[in-house]
Design a protein around this ligand. Structure first.
Ligand code: IPM
Ligand code: MG
Length: 352
């Protein structure tokens, strides 16, 4: 089959890890007789430098017309000026909104051989297999009004945490659907003891739960959740939460896996065009050195094959190859080894 994939390597280590993921996809294409047509575009800081815009209309249109989008990372100290008109992160948010990808899936699994790299004791990590479903196009990131002004002679800044019922319902339904293919448990995370938006969140979670009685639903406050992620992570299955809570909790959860470099993500919406990216950032401190861990991006290609291209068998083959590679002891520097980005990808491709 033939597919169109738009590549947005972005900034920092983004281009280095995306290049290796493309080699993996090329290998899959030749092995399984597919054609992947790649179009590479600028997004983030590199796009500000060239076009004065973190996401141009052409790039967004190109992504919208693709079967899937693979993103590296955006941002870096060069574009961090708080007074700047545009920022790399704005491009990413506009892309999420423009693609309508309202659900961000961030799976967290711990490979037994990497448990020593996690700050948690190995006995706490046994059996950890969490899928965080983060709402991605609502909440504080997008709510209106937003901005700065002078009020009563004081400088003021405003962000708005706003949710419509349908925004909560669609991400909640997806979480329940995904839970059915797993351990049938949904933890809905909110701050319903304080926030009005969280009370609506909890109400809708309860309603969707009532329609899906085969899945166990539990409500948990976000502060409690942040603690339970560290004290008892093995007990969680699907965790569904609003945009900002999800942003914070997924960085915390990534630490369980030993390194942020290991974890993939998929952002999905009504259409099949998904956005796939590792959860790590642009890591300016190691950019250009060729030592970044490509596994998060390579596992993101597996999610791309599964969710957007519906190539489940090919996705599983990549995931198995990564697992075997880790078991065999291949390590980049973030997990205590010496392999370069390219060598790690070679080890994985060898096992596909
Ligand atoms: C993430 C990142 C982004 C976010 C930033 C880069 C805008 O932290 O994907 O988790 O906050 O969503
Ligand atoms: Mg984040």
């Amino acid at each position: 089959m033939t597919f169109k994939i738009t590549l947005l390597p972005g900034d920092g280590i983004g281009p280095e890890v995306v290049a290796e993921a493309v080699r993996v996809l090329d290998f899959i294409a030749s092995k399984y007789n597919h054609t992947f047509n790649f179009t590479e575009r600028l997004m983030g800081g590199c796009s500000i430098d060239k076009y004065n815009s973190s996401l141009t209309d052409e790039t967004l249109a190109d992504c919208q017309s693709a079967d899937a989008v693979l993103l590296g990372a955006v941002g870096g100290p060069k574009w961090d000026d708080p007074a700047a008109k545009d920022r790399p992160e704005r491009g990413l948010l506009a892309l999420r909104k423009g693609l309508g990808v309202f659900a961000n899936l961030r799976p967290v699994k711990v490979h037994p051989a990497l448990m020593e790299w996690s700050p948690l004791k190995p006995e706490k990590l046994q059996g950890v297999d969490i899928l965080v479903v983060r709402e991605l196009t609502g909440g504080l990131y997008f709510g209106w009004p937003k901005g700065r002004d002078i009020k009563d002679g004081r400088e003021r800044a405003v962000d708005t945490l706003e949710y419509y019922d349908y925004e909560i319902k669609r991400v909640m339904e997806l979480a329940f659907k995904l839970a059915k293919g797993r351990r049938k448990k949904v933890t809905s995370v909110d701050k319903a003891n304080v926030l009005e938006s969280s009370r609506l969140w909890r109400q809708i979670a309860t309603e969707v739960g009532a329609e899906n009685k085969d899945v166990e639903l539990e409500h948990m406050l976000v502060d409690t959740t942040s603690m339970r992620l560290i004290t008892d992570p093995a007990w969680m299955d699907v965790v569904v939460t609003e945009n900002m809570f999800g942003d914070i909790l997924t960085d915390e959860a990534s630490i369980l896996a030993g390194s942020m470099g290991m974890l993939p993500s998929a952002s999905l919406g009504e259409s099949t065009v998904g956005l796939f990216e590792p959860i790590h950032g642009s890591a300016p401190d190691i950019a250009g050195k060729g030592i970044a861990n490509p596994i998060g991006t390579i596992l993101s290609t597996a999610m791309l094959l599964r969710h957007s291209l519906k190539l489940e068998a090919e996705a599983v083959v990549i995931e198995k190859a990564v697992e075997q590679t880790i078991t065999a002891g291949a390590r980049t520097t973030d997990i205590g080894g010496k392999l370069t980005t390219r060598q790690m990808a070679d080890e994985i491709i060898k096992r596909i």
